[in-house]
Design a protein around this ligand. Sequence first.
Ligand code: HEM
Ligand SMILES: [Cu+2]
Length: 556
Amino acid sequence: MSPSDLVLGRVSEGVREPHPGRTTIDREPDYLHDEHTLRSWLGSTDHKRIGILYLLSITFFFIIGACAAGLIRLSLVVPNGQIFSNDTYNKLFTIHGVVMVWFFLIPSIPATFGNFIMPIMIGAKDVAFPRLNRTSWYIFMTGAFFTLFTVVVGGVDTGWTFYAPFSTTFSNTWVVPALIGVIVVGFSSILTGLNFIVTIHTMRAPGMTWFRMPIFVWTMYATSLIFLLATPVITIALILLVMERAFHIGVFDPALGGDPVLFEHLFWFYSHPAVYIMVLPGMGVISEIVPAFAQKKLFGYRFVAYASIGLASLTFFVWGHHMFVNGESETSAVVFSVLSFAVAVPSAVKVYNWTATIYKGSLKLDTPMLYAMGYIGLFVVGGLTGLFLATLAVDEHVHDTYFVVAHFHYIMVGGTALAFLGGLHYWWPKFTGRMYPEALGRLSAFFIFIGFNTTFFPQFLLGYLGMPRRYHNYPPEFQLLNILSSAGSVVLALGYLFPMFYLTWSLRYGKRAPANPWNAKGLEWTTSSPPPKHNFETPPTVDFEPYDYIAREDRV
Ligand code: HEM
Ligand SMILES: [Cu+2]
């Protein structure tokens, strides 16, 4: 058998042998070993290399954001706010939010796995516009470093939401340069979304019909629609904010005829959909991992695909739930409340279908699957507490308290970050050609789950009891729960640190990865690990259904 037979391994023919390694000489070099210079990386238009560049960048931003989080939790160990001044505390939570949301969570899965895996999943040799893809990374880095510089060196105290009128009139910090960086980063999102949409429309391999696309590709498509349709709104809102602050044009300042609530409308018209930029890709990752580790077809494939598009559409109609208590009519509050409840339907469709896929599957509880199961649990808590908040009377009580903080961390950390780590372990062999150490993987998944819940569950209680967010002075009776939360964050931090070390270690010492270590389905597992420069030795054709694991319908 020639190496290319092994590499090609058409799924339909059931060829599952691992690739024998990188010793054969008659193969194209893989994307990692093609050229080694820094220039060859920074000038590369290969979607895989660009995915890796994003992976390194967002890891860097994550570390900065996590350090700020650690300092926030340190400050909250004592009730009297003695560890940092008010000013420093405000700047710390701004660094944390700005960096985590804009430079980690939003680009995380789409820019890394979306770039690396999506084209391979549809059998393409690259994205539709490879040079534009490289440009997107440069735009991202330029804007992100600009803002990072201003928030770390200069300091900004507005929080990640930059609410007017504080950001326009009252703050004495580096608001304008911070905003400029965020505006620049938005263009990177728009271009990535455009690139992905065109790629999915035009670059699919022969036979890869829409309903043969893996769910991850569907979620990349839905996410790209949000990137394209929602990002321009935040761009304009932030430009107006800059103009208001610099030139007092009177869009948001009532004294000049403006309206500060207008900013909240514009902000959330983007930022609520943006939370689905964070959550949909995570759902995509989970929809790949669960069938692979249950060795079972994804239950209700079409429903899960439609639910992705459904979520991406509905998410544009619920932004008003962020303004229940500050400046909207009762009628619109009721309408936004009802619409927010509707979001639960497609979300539940996904959860039920993952559960049904797991049910009676032959489960393998490897690291990616542990993350996936953790994800499902945390996402359910996050989603259900979203329904609490969408209930007008409850939100009246817990708005701007730690309950909200707990809610969005369950969704965004529990959802996005766990899916990200699950996906990172799942595709690590494909990215690098090396296996990670399984025992350490499981251990860190365990640390993260325990650490996460210890950190954030007490915050639901704190919020319910009335502790407001964004303050670091609090009544002493809240101290115990705060100490618990801070202690949890130490465990959580350890859980994040382990993978940084053992994954780096595995680059050199990890076992060599076969083409398909998980016995998983999908085109990405039919090419060698790491993939050759143009993804496949011979362009694939698709004559199989998605997730064609051995039929177990009889068992469901
Ligand atoms: C699925 C992904 C979700 C994500 C990523 C997410 C994220 C967030 C974030 C970041 C905030 C706080 C924003 C801030 O003030 O800084 C928030 C607040 C809120 N979320 Fe969610 N959420 C999700 C799901 C839901 C769902 C399903 C609902 C309702 C059905 C919901 C309802 C709310 C409400 C009402 C608030 C505002 C609470 C308040 O400030 O009083 N969320 N969410
Ligand atoms: Cu929202």
